[in-house]
Design a protein around this ligand. Structure first.
Ligand code: RRO
Length: 299
C-alpha cells in the first residue's frame, strides 16, 4: 500500500520496474522477474522484422558497469506475440518496448503487439543504425511518433529518452507534446572500450552504450531536469542497484525506477529495493509522495 504508485497511466504495487533489454525476451523470464517482486516489467525492444543483432562480443563488464552493443536482437512482433501473451499472467503490468525507423514502423509494431499494459517507445539505442537515437534526437520525429502510437493503441505510451543530446528536456517536451503519458530517462550513454594488447576496440560493433553505476549521476541529473521541465511523470533508469539509489532518483523527481544491469548480479534486487525504500520511509515518517521531487524544494 505504502509503495503503490500511479505513474504514467499505470498503477504499480511498488515503484521498481524491470528495464527493457534484460530478461525480457520470453514470457517465462518476465513472469519470473514479476514473481521476484518487480512492480512492472518491460520487454526486450521488439521491431517489425527479426534481427540477429550485432556480432559478438556484444557486451563487456567493466568495474563501473557494462558496455553493450547487442544490436536490437529480437524475433519480430509476429514471433514475440505469444511471449507477451504468456507474460500477461505475471500479475504486474507488462510494458512492451518497441522500436522502428519510421512512424509507420512504430504503428505496425504497436498494432502487432495488442494488449500490453503500456508501450515504451525506444527512440534511444545509441548504436542501432537508422533506429534508436537517430530517431530520438529529432524532436519533431519524437513528437510525431509519440502522437501516432498514442492514436493507435488504447494504453499509455512512454518514451525512453537518450542522454546523448545537449538538452534532454527539449526531447522530453516533444514527447509530452506528442501525447506521451511518461518519459523514461535514460537509455545507455555512448561508449567504447579498447583492448590495450591488440589495440582493437573490444566490441564486435566497435561502439556501444554504457549502463550501470557509472551512469547513475548522469541519469539522476536528466531526471532532475526533466521533472522541472515537464508535466508528465518521469521514470528513472540508469545504475539503480540499491534502495538508496532509488531514493536518490525519487528525490530528483522519478515516479518509479527501472532496474537493468543490477539484475545480472541479483534478481532479488526488486524486493531488496522495495524493502529498503519502505524502511527508509518509515524511518523518515514520510510517504512516497513526500519524497518525490524533494530535491527541488531547495531551489
Ligand atoms: O539492443 C541493444 O543493443 C540496445 C538497445 Br535496443 C537499447 O535501447 N540500448 C542499449 O544499450 N542496447
Amino acid at each position: 500500500m505504502k509503495l503503490t504508485v500511479e505513474a504514467g497511466g499505470l498503477t504499480l504495487t511498488n515503484p521498481t520496474i524491470l528495464a527493457a533489454g534484460i530478461l525480457g525476451t520470453t514470457g517465462a523470464s518476465l513472469k519470473r522477474v514479476a514473481s521476484m517482486g518487480a512492480g512492472a516489467v518491460v520487454t526486450k525492444s521488439i521491431g517489425a522484422e527479426p534481427k540477429y543483432g550485432h556480432p559478438n562480443p556484444s557486451m563487456i563488464r567493466l568495474e563501473c558497469g557494462y558496455i553493450n552493443a547487442m544490436g536490437l536482437p529480437n524475433p519480430s512482433y509476429k514471433e514475440f506475440l505469444p511471449e507477451l501473451e504468456t507474460a500477461k499472467d505475471s500479475g504486474v503490468p507488462v510494458i512492451a518496448s518497441i522500436f522502428g525507423a519510421t512512424e509507420a514502423e512504430f504503428i505496425e509494431v504497436a498494432k502487432g503487439l495488442p494488449g500490453a499494459s503500456a508501450y515504451e517507445l525506444n527512440v534511444s539505442c545509441p548504436h542501432a543504425r537508422g533506429y534508436g537515437m537517430q530517431v530520438g534526437t529529432d524532436p519533431a520525429l519524437v513528437k510525431a511518433i509519440a502522437h501516432a502510437v498514442k492514436g493507435t493503441v488504447n494504453a499509455p505510451v512512454w518514451v525512453k529518452l537518450t542522454p546523448n543530446v545537449t538538452d534532454i528536456t527539449s526531447i522530453g517536451r516533444a514527447a509530452q507534446e506528442g501525447g506521451a503519458d511518461a518519459v523514461v530517462a535514460i537509455n545507455t550513454l555512448k561508449a567504447i572500450a579498447i583492448d590495450i594488447d591488440s589495440g582493437y576496440p573490444i566490441l564486435g560493433n566497435i561502439q556501444g552504450g554504457l549502463s550501470g553505476p557509472a551512469i547513475k549521476p548522469v541519469a539522476v541529473r536528466c531526471v532532475y531536469d526533466l521533472y522541472s521541465a515537464l508535466d508528465i511523470p518521469v521514470i528513472g533508469a540508469g545504475g539503480v542497484s540499491s534502495w538508496a539509489d532509488a531514493v536518490e532518483f525519487i528525490m530528483a523527481g522519478a515516479a518509479a525506477v527501472e532496474i537493468g544491469s543490477a539484475v545480472y548480479d541479483d534478481i532479488g534486487v526488486f524486493a531488496a529495493v522495495s524493502m529498503g525504500l519502505s524502511d527508509y520511509l518509515d524511518r523518515k515518517n514520510m510517504t512516497l509522495k513526500d519524497l518525490t521531487g524533494m530535491a527541488h524544494r531547495m531551489v
